[in-house]
Design a protein around this ligand. Structure first.
Ligand SMILES: Nc1ncnc2c1ncn2[C@@H]1O[C@H](COP(=O)(O)OP(=O)(O)O)[C@@H](O)[C@H]1O
Ligand SMILES: [Mg+2]
Length: 265
């Protein structure tokens, strides 16, 4: 499960600071309408790892929050597994949030939070251990978040998200703030994790290489008001190295250009 359809999605905000109390609309907030994105039509297949790319401020986070049911669209809708999204659902969805670890809980207890619904204690323990091992945090089960490095904290967050065994996993800029090597390693781990769990994973990023290295599909958003500039399935084997893959390298140049940088770096 994890089939997602996005139909005619549009989001706008009324700029409150510019609300006027004019005679024309004395009761209705009639401030300046700020369109974040419009005409968004997308379909993600079950089990796909989708990377949504776009410039800062184009509405990636807003869109992810709408897909996950945390925010309402101004118009249009999102259908997951043939059911329209009306609010967040812990059965199907888990949003991976940076800094979501509870500081007063150990790694083990934080991962356990994702498994509150499991009644069988033995099965619960096995699952916690499985996900802790998957992110290579064995031996750190009793550590508190402050006793872990930034990369280890992020891996613990990942284990917690995975432990909830969602049909769909949403991740908003999951590598932000990590040093270069940890970023590379985490990227590898997310790809491995995706291959292992086979669930739909939607990742929002502003990093072109993340999208090219990880994505089964990439979606490129324009600047505001945003629309979908490109959606492309990436049928390339992994591990990917664009330097040895001319098509991918060409696409990389195109993406830089699309995102406003004239020379790929
Ligand atoms: N609650 C809000 N009220 C008004 N404007 C908002 C609100 N949330 C987000 N925005 C605006 O929507 C735009 C998109 O924000 P966001 O989704 O965070 O972008 P991104 O994640 O692509 O950087 C921004 O320009 C931001 O100012
Ligand atoms: Mg964002």
């Amino acid at each position: 499960m994890g089939h997602i359809i996005i139909k005619d999605l549009q989001k706008e905000y009324i700029e409150r600071r510019k609300v006027s109390r004019s005679m024309e609309c004395p009761y209705v907030a009639c401030g300046e309408v700020n369109v974040v994105f419009e005409n968004i039509n997308l379909e993600f297949e079950e089990g796909e790892l989708v990377c949504i790319l776009g410039p800062s401020g184009c509405g990636k986070t807003t869109m992810l929050r709408i897909i996950a049911g945390f925010e309402k669209a101004s118009s249009g809708n999102v259908i997951i597994n043939e059911t329209p999204v009306t609010g967040p659902s812990s059965d199907h969805i888990f949003v991976f949030q940076h800094n979501a670890l509870l500081p007063w809980f150990t790694v083990w207890e934080n991962v356990e939070l994702g498994l509150r619904h499991v009644k069988d204690e033995t099965k619960k323990k096995e699952s916690i251990q499985e996900y802790i091992s998957m992110v290579e945090l064995e031996g750190f089960e009793d550590n508190y978040p402050y006793q872990l490095s930034g990369g280890m904290q992020r891996r613990a967050e990942l284990a917690r998200a995975l432990a909830a065994e969602p049909d769909t996993l949403f991740m908003d800029e999951p590598f932000s703030g990590l040093d270069f090597l940890t970023h590379m390693k985490m990227r590898e781990e997310v790809v491995n994790m995706h291959q292992y769990i086979g669930k739909t994973v939607v990742i929002v990023t502003h990093d072109i290489d993340d999208a090219l290295i990880m994505g089964d599909r990439i979606v490129v958003m324009s600047g505001r008001p945003a629309y979908v500039k490109l959606t492309r399935k990436l049928d390339y084997s992994r591990p990917r190295n664009y330097e040895n893959m001319p098509e991918l390298s060409e696409l990389r140049n195109d993406l830089f250009f699309m995102l406003g940088v004239n020379y790929a770096v």
